[in-house]
Design a protein around this ligand. Structure first.
Ligand SMILES: C[S@@+](CC[C@H](N)C(=O)[O-])C[C@H]1O[C@@H](n2cnc3c(N)ncnc32)[C@H](O)[C@@H]1O
Length: 307
């Protein structure tokens, strides 16, 4: 099925009302793009990477987008939408544009939103479809997350990347539990790990991780295993990283502690602030002394050392 994308360029004070209008028409989802919010985000998160351009999009006003299915009811729905918008009598009058989208374009539409992201001093995550040349000494991870989690833009992933940069030593054995797109496993390999085992419950994630491992010429170092946590992993590691959620991390802690060599490092992320003390207590209870923690927004990542 094809879709009609309706874009409304409107003044900042009317964005919510336009979004509500779409919601009342049961379009099934609304996208809001506000240049002021994008600029603020860029300034707060990666100002060095982006230089915070004066203009972040081709339009100065925020836009609100939604989608109607292209079917027999389309013209009626569209004229209802125009009428309802007119009735709101916004001044200045919003500008509306439409564009037909073929179903197969959806799979790639999100790609436009990903840009290279610097994590820590040396690691840079670059979407595989973006041309970009970094600085000398950069370790560039080329990713296509497909349907898996982990393009390096999520805070929980960035915290792990920063901590991996500090703790992976040359030749280390690393386990990445809940690898998703494989981003942390590839990062560990780029940082010099000698052997990386990446696990995920999800079949698609494992497939995507394998593709990303190959894309980064890390297949000789990274092994991907489909399974629950460390259930199928034998042996001991110098470092274990896991970015899942607090409950799953708490379940993992006893096995992670057993699987670490003395002095080994456990990096736990995906922990919402409200649950951080529970995770810390579980780590301490299983012989993982908390040596460091990074907090950003709602998220916390811990570094534990096996004693
Ligand atoms: C938040 S994503 C993290 C992906 C990537 N490591 C990152 O940092 O961006 C969590 C991943 O953990 C996987 N996962 C969840 N529960 C799991 C479990 N019990 N065992 C293994 N993997 C699990 C999910 O399928 C998902 O791919």
């Amino acid at each position: 099925m094809d879709w009609l994308e309706i874009t409304v360029y409107t003044s900042p004070g009317t964005v919510e009302a336009v979004a509500e209008l779409f919601e009342e028409m049961e379009t099934g989802g609304v996208i809001i793009e506000d240049p002021a919010v994008i600029l603020r985000y860029a300034a707060e998160t990666h100002p060095d990477e982006w230089g915070v351009p004066g203009k972040v999009s081709e339009h100065d006003w925020p836009l609100v987008k939604s989608y109607f299915p292209v079917n027999q009811g389309l013209n009626r729905r569209l004229s209802n939408f125009h009428r309802a918008l007119e009735l709101l009598a916004f001044n200045p009058v919003p500008r509306v544009s439409t564009r037909r989208i073929a179903d197969e374009d959806w799979a790639n539409a999100w790609r436009a939103y990903y840009k290279p992201v610097r994590a820590g001093q040396r690691l840079v995550v670059k979407p595989s479809w973006v041309e970009w040349s970094g600085k000398e000494g950069d370790l560039v991870i080329e990713m296509d997350p497909g349907m898996a989690f982990g393009c390096g833009t999520h805070t929980t992933t960035l915290l792990c990347l920063r901590l991996l940069e500090m703790h992976v030593h040359s030749g280390a054995t690393v386990y990445d539990v809940g690898t998703g797109s494989g981003i942390l496993a590839v990062a560990a390999a780029k940082l010099g790990a000698g052997r990386v085992t990446a696990t995920d419950l999800d079949e698609t994630a494992c497939q995507v991780a394998l593709e990303n491992v190959a894309r980064n010429q890390a297949a000789r170092i990274v092994r991907v295993v489909q399974g629950n946590l460390l259930d199928l992993v034998k042996g001991q590691a110098d470092l274990i990283v896991s970015n899942i959620i607090a409950d799953v991390i708490i379940n993992l802690i006893p096995d992670a502690s057993r699987a670490l060599v003395p002095g080994g490092i456990f990096i736990a992320s995906g922990i919402i602030r409200d649950r951080a003390e529970e995770v810390r207590a579980a780590m301490e209870a299983y012989g993982l002394a908390v040596r460091d923690q990074l907090c950003e927004g709602h998220w916390v990542a811990f570094v534990g050392e096996k004693y």
